[in-house]
Design a binder for this molecule. Sequence first.
Ligand SMILES: [Ca+2]
Ligand SMILES: [Ca+2]
Ligand SMILES: [Ca+2]
Ligand SMILES: [Ca+2]
Length: 177
Amino acid sequence: MQKTILILMALGAVAAAQAVVFEIESNNTTATANSFGRMTPAPFADLGIGRVTPGDVDFYSVMLFAGESLNVSVTQVPVNPATFDSYLGLFDGGGTLIEADDDDGPGLVSSITFDVLSTGTYFLGVTGFGDSNFDGIGHSETANYFLTVSAVPVPEPATMTALGLGIVAVLKRRKKS
Ligand SMILES: [Ca+2]
Ligand SMILES: [Ca+2]
Ligand SMILES: [Ca+2]
Ligand SMILES: [Ca+2]
């Protein structure tokens, strides 16, 4: 029953997603991360589907391009027996933690927004609150979750200026007629 609901919810969420990754254990280190397999620049919206239990942390890898604005959010799956107090980390290609978040999503789930400055592989770590070093040890959460990973290209200042000039030109033309 729970599985059916989970699959139906996943299918609903898939409509807007380009890639869906069902986690495969063991993915407890950046070296064994599950990959979204993305090779093209934004916009995109990918979805990870996983489960954490005490002792477990889940890593995903995603290719990001300079100039993208990334948003990563953990969503609790309602069939969970309890509230998910997630903890989310964004790591660079060398496995160094860039940003971590506890509760920036609704309730106790996590969300990170990040402006990508250099193109490359990045890692996302999903664990429970208390596991601040992302080794799975130190949290007591048991939860099914969705990990939504999306990015949009940030318009370059030159593009914005061109857009502004274009609007001015259109306004001027309208005044003349
Ligand atoms: Ca897991
Ligand atoms: Ca894991
Ligand atoms: Ca949290
Ligand atoms: Ca830990």
